[in-house]
Design a protein around this ligand. Sequence first.
Ligand code: C2E
Ligand code: MG
Ligand code: MG
Length: 272
Amino acid sequence: SGFRFFDAALAADVLARAEIERDLAKALDADEFFLEYQPIVGVESRVVRSFEALLRWQHPEKGRIMPAVFIPVAEKTGLILPLGNWVVREACREAANWPAPAGVAVNVVGDQFKDRAFVDYVKQCLAESGLAPGRLTIEVTESVFSVDETVIRESLCELRDYGVRVALDDFGVGFSSINNLRAFPIDQLKIDRSFVRAMMETKRDAELVDIILKLGQTFQVATTVEGIETEGQLDFIRQRGASEAQGFLISAPVGAGDVRRLLQKPENRLAA
Ligand code: C2E
Ligand code: MG
Ligand code: MG
């Protein structure tokens, strides 16, 4: 009563995903993960304020695998819990060696907050490493708010009371809810990089960026524009009052060893 097409490409996809799932289970114990760090600079000064920690997987045969490929799999299998904890500990440990006040930002997903021990775990990592809580930022996307509003609000409030900063990542592409900005404690709004190219091309997209930056000003949070690749784009967001920029123009993500080199540049200024 029906028919199906067999698609070799689709079958290969399923197989590749199954392989990733299998290999991922062993990767944490095998020490195959490492972090890269991408600087976030003040738009006016170009001084490095912090680095976003970005996870990479060095697969023994397949080489380097990017988070877009394996984070969704880790979320599905539950590995995101131990893996996410590893990222927090490693980022705190590394950042504690940087000259203050340079900070570090870590990406966290909703499932990590479901584990009510997570907030205590973050505090423990800060205490162990000696990193001042104000130098750690937790980046969440709006999808966390669909986990459990109460749990998320309590967790974020507790982290903030401890001094940790909270950033709303990839703003503009998801719900982009004004209510979330009112209801949750947030210190920083990160505008998704998909806006950057568009804002240089159409008036409507430029105005959208304007509106989001104004939203940030209304809620008195820092506004960081992601994906800045050209001087023109940096000028554009500077004129519109963005506070921070991140992107290949300033620097691609770098290894831990290069962070200190970036911070040792005269006055921490990048690509001026
Ligand atoms: P994100 O948090 O929005 O991170 C920024 C991504 O944009 C990074 O990709 C970065 O390399 C890329 N990027 C930075 N500047 C530019 C630019 O100028 N142009 C372009 N085209 N891209 C730029 P990456 O490292 O592949 O990470 C992708 C996503 O994976 C991250 O998006 C984040 O959502 C997730 N991710 C990374 N590390 C972790 C982690 O430790 N835990 C969790 N849960 N998610 C992570
Ligand atoms: Mg992020
Ligand atoms: Mg982002």
